[in-house]
Design a protein around this ligand. Structure first.
Ligand SMILES: Cc1cc2nc3c(=O)[nH]c(=O)nc-3n(C[C@H](O)[C@H](O)[C@H](O)COP(=O)(O)OP(=O)(O)OC[C@H]3O[C@@H](n4cnc5c(N)ncnc54)[C@H](O)[C@@H]3O)c2cc1C
Length: 239
């Protein structure tokens, strides 16, 4: 397995990131994540590893036939920093355990706002989606307006705090969808695959898709190479 997977942090969006805090089985363990899945499946008939070739075939068989419980034996714990627009979509997935930063406790900083590098246009045939983007001149103008909006929201937030208003109320002045949040979150490999399938899809919003893509590329694949191969084949490509 890749060295130093635990503690690895990948930048996502302009100020966001995702970091692997912990993994079970631990990378230093004798048993890899893929093998933990195979060994769990073999408990059904009280056996263990039968060598890499047969183990990998068994793992592929499990995923192809949606025998999913052995995949719950592997767990990932992440720290994530993402805008609230990402958070709201993420928390709809009830299979993640979560603990989040408290805006009632920790004051927000001037730099805590998401600034997109492109303005996507409304899709014509999907009311939820976007396609294409504004040209550079229109984009720059809109970004400037967004920054002014953030400055004003943050100025009013600070003014309210200075008046002695509580953090839980002063935050009403902050632009709601764009403020960056940090949370710790944990999930098993079976439910992670469900999340990745939905949130790596083209119809998922870009601001969550990039996080799902980062998990897939930088953590899921290195931690579980056989599982990732089977996931790509049977779930993403539906072969
Ligand atoms: C492209 C896209 C657009 C979306 N648009 C909207 C929208 O417009 N409005 C909106 O409200 N949501 C929207 N969602 C969120 C979506 O409806 C789901 O809430 C979200 O994707 C989580 O999916 P899930 O319930 O399968 O996942 P999880 O909550 O992670 O659950 C995983 C699986 O566990 C099972 N499960 C978990 N909890 C329960 C339970 N209590 N009862 C029964 N089974 C359970 C289900 O089989 C479920 O599929 C959208 C999602 C996507 C990907």
């Amino acid at each position: 397995m890749e060295d130093k997977l635990i503690g690895k942090r990948v930048d996502v969006l302009d100020k966001g990131w995702i970091e692997l805090v912990d993994l079970m089985p631990h990378p230093a363990s004798d048993v890899s994540g893929d093998l933990a899945i195979v060994n769990a499946a073999r408990v059904s008939f009280l056996g263990e590893s039968k060598g890499p070739g047969r183990d990998k075939r068994l793992l592929f068989y499990l995923l192809r036939h949606r025998h999913t419980s052995p995949f719950e034996m592997v767990e990932f714990k992440f720290r994530v920093r993402a805008p609230l627009v990402t958070w709201w979509q993420w928390v709809r997935h009830r299979t993640w355990n979560m603990n989040a930063q408290s805006g009632r406790y920790t004051p927000f900083q001037e730099s805590d706002f998401y600034v997109p590098d492109t303005w996507r246009r409304q899709s014509k045939d999907n009311k939820q989606a976007s396609e294409g983007s504004l040209g550079p001149a229109e984009s720059d103008e809109l970004t400037e307006k967004l920054l002014r909006h953030y400055d004003e929201g943050f100025r009013l937030y600070t003014e309210a705090l200075d008046l002695g208003v509580s953090k839980e109320m002063a935050r009403l002045f902050l632009p709601g969808f764009s403020v960056y949040y940090t949370w710790v979150t944990k999930i098993d490999a079976h439910n992670l695959m469900h999340f990745l399938r939905l949130r790596m899809a083209r119809d998922a919003q870009y601001e969550i898709r990039v996080f799902a893509g980062a998990i897939h590329e930088h953590f899921f694949q290195p931690a579980l190479p056989w599982t990732a191969e089977a996931f790509d084949k049977y779930i993403l490509k539906n072969e």
